[in-house]
Each structure stands twice: as structure tokens, then as C-alpha cells.
Design a protein around this ligand. Sequence first.
Ligand code: PBG
Length: 326
Amino acid sequence: MTTPQPTRHRRLRANPTIRAMLRETHLTRADLIYPVFIHAGDQPTIPIPSMPGVSRLSLAAFEQALLGLADLGIPALLLFGLPAHKDALGSQAADPNGIVQQAIRLAKRSHPNLYLISDVCLCAYTDHGHCGLFDANQQLDNDKSVAQLAQVALSHAQAGVDMVAPSDMMDGRVRAIRTALDSEGFQDTPIMSYASKYASAFYGPFRDAADSAPQFGDRRSYQMDPANSDEALREILTDVAEGADLILVKPALAYGDIIYRARQAAGVPIAAYNVSGEYAMLKLAAQQGLIDEKQAILETLIGFKRAGADLIVTYHAPQVAPWLPA
Ligand code: PBG
């Protein structure tokens, strides 16, 4: 009688070569989308205290930074504009000479191969800091917001953006944006929809960066309850039916199940947004010497890929790009 042997899973982990050969999930530079904040003022860089290593850039500083970003092999940027003036209607958001529209034209001239995605929202442009517009009774007016968002997306397309990314969470905006783009000859401009976007505490540092914290109330009437996942599927399937080419799950770190379910159900590629608070947590823990920064960042990003993300929007992009294969 021989005693039964344990199953020896460890044979295939015995040395680095076989481990590398059998790695199931890969992270490459081609997965990365880097968010960039461009402000309308002259000061070249304005650091964001809650996001170590990230600054708001003037147009001129953005132009300079492009060279370095392209050299790093980061394929795509997600652009956020910080306008000089805010008003109740977020008028600057759709201005052909708005800050983001200028940044798009400038980047396309000097770096035509850098893929530009623009965030389409109103919260950085409205004086009340909400992602939509209000009616006379101080209620969020979904359909008025959607009409304005379609104009914003169109103005980005006219400036030459490669892809638009609505992040407002109003109902019907993907269809309205698709219709507006198609009617002006932008049939080939894809839409990446922030389809499942949660009302999250992890956006805190971003709201410092974009000066977009709501001046009253919160975003829970349009962003989703973190307790829900069937609802995320409904949002995703609706946006795909309305014409979304790519679906974004946001935040990412506590939402691996949503990325996974989106992957199974959506039938379109999935991007995960590794948001500002997630970035800040890792950076501050590393600064305190609590974790190994490189390993923790790579483990986080590979986790999004393993869950099913095709692409990752991350503020870590310039730091990780040199660590990754093309
Ligand atoms: C705008 C928008 C937000 C983020 C991206 N687009 C903030 C919000 O909804 O309050 C957050 C990004 C981040 O935290 O990194 N609607």
C-alpha cells in the first residue's frame, strides 16, 4: 500500500521560467489610458496635494508633457478640462474654444498617433458642481442635461478627439451623443460609456483636482449604489443598446465582480477606471513605507485585467509604463 501523494501544484511554480511561461494574465503598455487635467490658467503646473505625482497642467505644459508621454509608450490619454469660468449651464463645456477643445487640437497637431479620449461631463463646468443641469424647481433635469452633453461631445469631436467618454450617468445620453455625432459626420467616433459608475467615496481627490465637488446634495440620484450589481448590468446593457462601443466600470478596486460580470454580459470591450482615491491610497501607503510600491501597483493593475478588463484608466500609467512590455 502506497500512501496517497498530495496533488503537487507547486511543480509548475518551481522556478521563474516556468512561472513566467504559465502566467495567465498579462499587463502591457497597450492596456493603459492616462487621465490628464488641463487648466485654463497660465501657471504651468498646479500640483494636486491629494494625488502625489499628479498635477494640473496649463496648455503649454500639456504640450510639453506630450513628448514624454509618447516616449513612454502610453497609447491613450483621457482628457479633463478645468475651465476659467463656471456657470449654472456649464456653458464652457461645449465652447469650441474651451480648454479641452484647445488641448485636443494642440495634441492632434503635434502627436497625431496619441489616442485622445475626452471625458464628457458637466461637473467641472457647472457652478453647482453637479454632472447635469437643474430645472426651475431645482430638480435635476435629465433630458436638458442630455441635450447639453450631446453638444459637449460634438464639440470634442469637431476639435478632433478620437473617442468620447460620457461620465455623467444621465439616462439616454449615449443615444443622444451617438445621434449628434452621426448627424455631423462623426459616425466613426466611438463612445466609451461610463456605464456603471458608482456613487463612491474614492472620487474625493479627483474632486479636489477638478474643483467639481457638488455645492449641495450629492450624486446619489444619478450615480449607483455600491450595494448593487444587477443594476450595473442593466446600465451596461442599455448603454450598449444605445450604441456604446466600450464600457467603463468605475471605481475598479472594490468592483472586481462588476468588471467580471460586465465582461460576461456586455459583448463589448471593458475598461476599468482605477480612480483617484485608489491611486492616493497606494501612493500614501508606499510613502509611509507600508507596502512595496511597485509590487502593489502591479498587483492592483493585473487584478483588473484578471477580472476581465481590456483597458485600465490609471494615474499610475507614466510610472508603470517603463516596467511593462509594449
Ligand atoms: C466626472 C468624473 C468624476 C471622475 C471622473 N469623471 C468625478 C465624479 O463623478 O465625482 C472621478 C475620477 C477619479 O476619481 O479619478 N463626472
